[in-house]
Design a protein around this ligand. Structure first.
Ligand code: T1G
Length: 688
């Protein structure tokens, strides 16, 4: 037998390869093709077993999320149909998994009799992140494989796990270093075994009678249905059915719950964010990447979107340290320059403290933490910046100070190096004018804490080149951050909108609504904290500086802020701001209502001739959200923000807007209670 010829026994194993680039999404169209291949294998008497594997370095990313955006076509073939065919066949099926095996892809593998994976396979049922539940048998088969309690935890988290962890849990049978298909062929000669024929258990150490208790506990652990927990509660119901009902009835329950969720507002909002996030780096006129980028910028600049070989940060303060950690976590060597020894010492402690914290959390080994810590160097010698590909300035928020820094950097930095400012409001063009490389100057606005917050505003100056922007977007991806393009305007996108939001909250408080109630309304909407607690967190002195720069709050007054600052009430950092704080309550971070502040609002309102008025909770909510949305609308019209979805990503990832409501612009268009029906939200970018 020629080596290239398959072994006779091998001939009886049909290999079916999922091949639908880029992620082998199991769309209706692709499932129709796949079903045909599977049925052909079943009909071929010479085929004794089937191995299902994936092309393009992965198994499958699951169902095609685009398919849920419209009504299902009448004759659509879904993953459920494919799985039903596998289930009905008497032939053994083996899933051979490499790379991502997610959602419906993992569910397809669960319908197979055996599962073997490579070491770099990652398995997950992330449907809950889309406001869904696994809808192709996952909620019924996984509990029969690993127990309902473990299966529920896995699906509620929605994150992917390594092949090694999947093996430990019992989701897969084997992990191979190589020879994936060969091993799958070997497993194909094992006997047929269907998960649907097994009974589900709660857990090895729990009797079935514990089911109601486990279910009741699970419902208590997830958010209320109306506040982001809808899919979680339905998932618990589906898994409960796996233990209480025969398989076929459990599948029926799962299908009904899934179909209910696909039409739900939270799922539609989360699917909007899924696609909005993937639109972020699609910038008109910026279709540059990789080779095109290198050709465009010649040999001088950093090597395009593939790597920043070395970075530098100017300023060892909170932001500078956080930015350096973020860069180091992405494997980029960093040097931090600061002339202030005290700041450098504090930064050293911050950096090592952060990496040791990750060791405690089990995210890093001691050795990795040490290596990462060593990859961040500190110096007071600016000449050490001369070989950096990217330099991020994070000094005091003052334009003159930053101008001086950019002049210095331009003289020191190598040709082609990118000079970025972490400013949160100042004029990028003013900084670019201090350099001979305005095409390499832009804003990289990180959010506190920079090594944790997933949002990065990428601010384009008038002369910032497409190549520079492309490197910035590639960097954002490498830092695992959501890079959002912003035009160069005061406060960019997020802060510019929040100024109106906070100013409006102050105006409502002057009309007689106490801050604690305004905050309570916005927390009930889903924000982690209300506008006044947020102001206390960021500092009233910062807030006043901004309000003054912008001519006061929504009604143009800053008297309340000035009086509170005059009383040394700067917010959490002084244990008093709009609220009081007490170390014995919530570790000094829990806002406590303060009637004295409400009296100050009332006095200032009287002085300004403001007439008190009653507000319903809905009116408070809609007026505050209206401030966000109307500013967002103007940013689109001015071309500062490119798309409504970009603004939604900024607010969900940077300001705690509840994801199940889709972000301010999505909410404005889709909420039933909103007074925004007359609002026109620009759908197309308004600037090139
Ligand atoms: N459907 C449609 N398009 C998808 C997709 C999906 N499931 N996953 C990725 N894409 C597109 C994405 O829009 C982008 O397109 C390109 O692929 C690269 O994606 C029945 C109901 C797999 C970890 O939730 O987590 O199965 O911008 O930029 O960073 O129970 O994509 O190039 O035009 O993200 O390498 C469950 C979602 C579906 C997985 C790869 N599955 N995807 O990350 O690339 S529901 C998911 C991801 C389901 C069943 C249920 C990631 C990834 P474009 P990317 P990446």
């Amino acid at each position: 037998m020629l080596p290239s010829e398959p072994h006779p026994r091998d001939q009886h194993v049909r290999i079916i390869t999922l091949d639908n680039p880029p992620v082998n999404a199991l769309s209706f169209a692709y499932c129709a093709k796949l079903l045909g291949e599977i049925r052909a294998a079943h009909a071929d008497d010479s085929v004794e077993a089937v191995v299902i594997t994936g092309a393009h370095g992965l198994f499958s990313a699951g169902a095609d999320v685009n398919d849920f955006q419209a009504e299902m076509p009448a004759n659509a073939v879904t993953i459920r149909d494919v799985i039903a065919a596998v289930e009905a066949s008497v032939k053994v099926h083996v899933a051979a998994m490499d790379g991502n095996c997610l959602g419906g892809g993992l569910e397809l593998s669960l319908a197979c009799d055996y599962r073997v994976a490579t070491r770099n396979a990652r398995l997950g049922l992330p449907e809950i992140r889309l406001g869904l539940i696994p809808g192709a048998g996952g909620t019924q088969r996984l509990p029969r494989l690993i127990g309902a309690r473990t299966a529920l935890e896995f699906m509620l988290k929605g994150s992917s796990i390594s092949a090694g962890r999947a093996l430990e849990l019992g989701i897969i049978d084997e992990v191979v270093a190589e020879g994936l298909i060969e091993r799958a062929r070997a497993l194909a000669s094992e006997p047929k075994r269907r998960l649907s024929e097994r009974d589900a258990i709660i857990a090895k150490d729990l009797p079935l009678q514990a089911g109601p208790y486990v279910v009741a506990q699970a419902h208590k652990m997830v958010p209320p249905e109306e506040n982001g927990g809808l899919a979680a509660h339905k998932l618990i119901d589906a898994v409960q059915a796996s233990v209480e009902l025969p398989f076929v009835f459990g599948i029926g329950r799962e299908t009904r719950l899934f179909d209910e969720l696909v039409r739900s507002a939270p799922s539609q909002a989360l699917r909007h964010l899924f696609f909005a996030e993937r639109e972020l780096d699609k910038i008109p006129g910026l279709a540059l990447s990789g080779v095109a980028l290198r050709q465009a910028q010649g040999d001088t600049g950093p090597r395009g979107d593939d790597t920043i070989a070395k970075a530098a940060v100017v300023g060892a303060g909170t932001m500078g340290s956080g930015i350096a950690i973020s860069l180091a976590q992405a494997g980029i060597p960093v040097v931090i320059v600061d002339n202030n020894d005290e700041a450098v010492d504090k930064a050293r402690q911050t950096v090592m403290g952060m990496f040791m914290y990750q060791v405690q959390k089990g995210r890093l080994t001691q050795e990795e933490a040490w290596k990462r810590g060593q990859s961040i160097r500190f110096t007071d010698d600016w000449n050490e910046l001369s070989d950096a590909d990217l330099i991020v300035e994070a000094v005091f928020e003052n334009l003159d100070v930053k101008r001086e820094v950019f002049r210095k950097l331009d003289a020191i930095a190598k040709p082609g190096a990118i000079l970025a400012s972490n400013t949160s409001t100042l004029d990028i063009d003013a900084l670019a004018r201090e350099t001979k490389r305005p095409d390499r100057v832009l804003g990289l606005h990180f959010f506190v804490p920079a090594n944790i917050m997933p949002l990065l505003e990428i601010v384009r100056g008038r002369e910032t080149s497409p190549e520079t922007l492309a490197v910035a977007f590639a960097l954002a991806k490498r830092l695992r951050k959501k890079g959002v393009l912003s035009g160069n305007a005061f406060g960019f996108i997020g802060n510019r909108m929040i100024f109106d939001y906070v100013g409006t909250a102050n105006a409502i408080a002057e009309e007689g609504v106490p801050p604690y109630r305004i905050d309570a309304v916005m927390k009930a909407f889903g924000f982690p904290m209300g506008p006044f607690a947020m102001s206390d967190l960021s500092g009233l002195d910062i807030g006043l500086a901004v309000q003054k720069a912008r001519g006061g709050d929504a009604n143009g007054r800053t008297h309340v802020l000035e009086r509170l600052i005059g009383m040394k009430r700067l917010g959490q950092k002084t244990m008093a701001g709009f609220f009081k704080y007490d170390k014995s309550v919530g570790k000094g971070r829990e806002p406590i209502r303060d009637p004295q502040v409400e009296e100050i609002f009332a006095e200032e309102a009287r002085n300004a001739g403001v007439t008190p008025r009653a507000y319903s909770d809905e009116e408070i909510r809609d007026r505050l959200l209206g401030a966000l949305v109307h500013r967002g609308q103007k940013l689109l019209e001015e071309g500062i923000a490119l798309r409504p979805g970009d603004i939604d990503i900024v607010y969900v990832y940077g300001y705690g807007f509840p994801p199940h409501r889709g972000g301010p612009m999505w909410y404005a268009e889709h909420s039933t209670l909103s007074p925004f029906d007359k609002l026109r939200v620009t759908r197309e970018p308004t600037h090139a």
